[in-house]
Design a protein around this ligand. Structure first.
Ligand code: SR1
Ligand code: MG
Length: 400
């Protein structure tokens, strides 16, 4: 898709402050501080604070290429508008878990939003061993509400298709299709891994059952329009504290299979389970149970109270759906485990392990569990996955 970027200009700390003043979002007489804090792969993030009150705002700006891949991978600026619209949609369904958008500008590709700097990115918090007693309950509710309220069970099908039209997101979906569902599964395609992982990677590439099942999962990602998804719901897309949870960064939002969001969150908890000692693992197992219970309970309640489908009372229909979501989720989680290990976009959970032998062991376990999730997704449930995790312990390392 070609886009006219003639009005686009990358912000600087100074122009970000000027914009915040112009929008009346900060006191124009205040002494303001601005810092670019974006550590993500795709955007710049300016944090503006009033030095007297410490109150702040965030200005996020997309650039016309993937920051992490350089200018050689051009990327639509439209993703900023998709992100702002997705935040507004999701906030209307679960206000407590989504930041407030104050302003957005499609031409400048900016979204101005609530400052969440009193919270910590969950991936970092989990690596640091911070406890999150409510996180999984919150994320389970968040996924249930956002996926139920944007589905055909709540929206009239023509209305749903109209919403889906606004969230057609081919370029960001392509990143997922290439990075998660294609490159990691073929030896000749781009990858990134320690040479010591070569044998484990070859095992994936030569496993025709894995490759066939990934083809099916990719097809599901590309063709099933079940609900409006976040599209990138890993632990780096969540800010939280012990009591508060906010889901950020839905620039990958699109209409897709519900299991994709469920699977991303599940997989990113599993990275923690792989690296932790027995007690630390138990904490993650609790988060897994809490997440799936919260999702199923909330979805069931919405089904029983808010469902507009004439089929809502048909015996077995809800069970059929919940089983499908879970099966899909485990398969997608398997793909995420593999791509973060031998694909181009790694996770700190594994990469912070300094000792190479231990790091390679953790990545080998991630690959094995990923392959098992993909192949056995029909038979697995959360307790069975936990059993597999318990059988795979690292010899000498623990983050906790
Ligand atoms: C080029 S972007 C690489 C990854 O970062 C994002 O957060 C998505 O997970 C994407 O796959
Ligand atoms: Mg992101």
């Amino acid at each position: 898709m070609t886009q006219n970027h003639s009005n686009f200009k990358i912000l600087t700390n100074e122009t970000a402050i000027t914009l915040a003043k112009k929008l009346g979002l900060v006191n124009s007489d205040a002494s303001l501080n601005c810092k670019e804090i974006g550590d993500g792969n795709l955007n710049y993030v300016f944090h503006i604070t009033d030095t007297a009150t410490n109150k702040g705002i965030i200005i996020k700006q997309a650039v016309p290429y993937a920051k992490v891949l350089g200018e050689s991978w051009p990327l639509t600026l439209k993703r900023a508008a998709i992100e702002a619209n997705a935040l507004i949609h999701f906030k209307s369904y679960c206000p407590e878990f989504v930041p407030q958008v104050y302003y957005s500008d499609e031409q400048l590709a900016i979204t101005v939003m609530e400052d969440l700097s009193h919270l910590k990115i969950v991936r970092t918090g989990l690596i640091d061993g911070d406890p999150y007693p409510l996180l999984s309950q919150h994320i389970g509710e968040y996924v249930a509400k956002t996926t139920f309220f944007t589905s055909d069970y709540h929206l009239e099908p023509p209305a749903k298709k109209e919403v889906a039209r606004h969230f057609t997101n081919p370029e960001l979906c392509k990143i997922t299709e290439v990075f998660i569902f294609t490159d990691p599964f073929f030896e000749e395609l781009p990858g990134d891994f320690e040479v010591e992982l070569t044998d484990a990677a070859k095992k994936i590439w030569n496993d025709q059952e894995v490759i066939l099942e990934v083809a099916k999962l990719k097809q599901s990602f590309e063709t099933e329009q079940e609900a409006l998804l976040h599209g990138d719901l890993h632990t780096g897309s969540i800010f939280a504290s012990k009591t508060e949870t906010k889901v950020i960064d839905p620039e990958f939002a699109f209409y897709g299979p519900v299991g994709f969001d469920l699977g991303q969150y599940t997989a990113n908890l599993l990275f923690q389970a792989v690296t932790r000692n027995a007690a630390g693992k138990e904490e993650i197992f609790t988060y897994l149970h809490e997440f799936w219970n919260a999702f199923e309970e909330t979805y069931t309640e919405l089904w029983n109270t808010q469902n507009k489908s004439p089929f809502r009372h048909v015996n077995g229909y809800l069970t059929y759906l919940l089983t499908k979501f879970k099966r899909d989720a485990f398969g997608f989680a398997g793909c995420e485990l593999i791509r973060r290990t031998i694909g181009l976009s790694h996770v700190a959970d594994l990469n912070v392990i300094e000792d190479k032998e231990t790091r390679v062991a953790a990545k080998t376990i991630s690959l094995e569990i990923g392959a098992r999730l993909i192949k056995k997704r029909d038979e697995l449930d959360v307790p069975a996955i936990i059993e597999v995790l318990k059988q795979h312990t690292l010899p000498s390392y623990t983050t906790l």
